[in-house]
Design a protein. Structure first.
Length: 241
């Protein structure tokens, strides 16, 4: 653990998912959030007062980032997950505000991906969810389809910028179908599987991510400007949790 972030990892496969659609909370999070019964807010995003274990200010200050590795081989333990650690290393290096990682490793199955995204957004209360893997044209690459299925608003500019950034290094970047979207108060961003490409894409799009999450009323993210400077309009810079 460094820079104040807590790292939690769960590996899911089809068999374990069939037994329980959501992992044991004791294995994946350091605190729980009771969900509202009246449906008046996005699950996982607490209101102050009765019915919540975490205050609204606490939620905004202690940001949670879902990190979803999508790989058949990694989920079976046949391949070392390199994408997940690369994402964690990037955020560990760049973020200066407190944050907690909630990680998952699942196979390339659209229903499992959708379920994991919903859980990370609605149950775990992650303001940002980043995925790695499954964005190409291969038959089992279905991450963009799963992302679009669970999002209320798509953010195509993220994918456009990531492909543009990657094209500076490899011509095959045009094969990527990465996208991004908003679900409630969560932003979901698809990243590539290669660690160096993850860095390139996050360097390109992260400057817009904290303000995007501000707009959807998620957690407040601050970064080291020497690593990757987050952009906020002058009128938005005063917004503090």
């Amino acid at each position: 653990m460094s820079n104040g972030h807590i790292d939690t990892i769960t590996i899911l496969n089809e068999a374990s998912h069939a037994r329980s659609p959501h992992p044991n909370p004791d294995e994946t999070t350091s605190h729980s959030t009771k969900l509202p019964k009246d449906g008046s807010q996005v699950a996982g995003y607490p209101q102050e007062g009765e019915g919540t274990n975490v205050s609204l200010r606490e939620f905004r200050v202690n940001a949670r980032i879902g990190m979803l590795t999508i790989s058949d081989r990694a989920s079976r333990g046949e391949y070392e997950d390199k994408g997940g650690p690369a994402m964690r290393a990037w955020f560990d290096r760049v973020l200066t505000s407190p944050w907690q990682a909630v990680a998952r490793v699942i196979p390339d199955e659209q229903q499992l991906i959708e379920a994991a995204l919903v859980e990370l957004c609605d149950v775990e209360g992650c303001s940002l969810v980043v995925t790695t893997g499954g964005t190409g044209p291969a038959l089992r690459d279905v991450t963009p389809e799963a992302t679009e299925a669970v999002c209320e608003k798509m953010m195509p500019g993220f994918g456009e910028l990531m492909r543009s950034a990657s094209l500076k290094f490899v011509p095959t970047a045009i094969l990527s179908r990465q996208t991004a979207g908003v679900r409630g108060r969560s932003l979901i961003v698809n990243l590539p599987g290669k660690p160096s490409a993850i860095d390139d894409c996050l360097n390109a799009v992260f400057p817009a991510i904290p303000y995007c999450i501000d707009l959807i009323e998620g957690a407040y993210f601050e970064s080291d400007p020497e690593q990757c400077k987050a952009f906020r309009p002058a009128h938005a810079k005063a917004r503090q949790p």
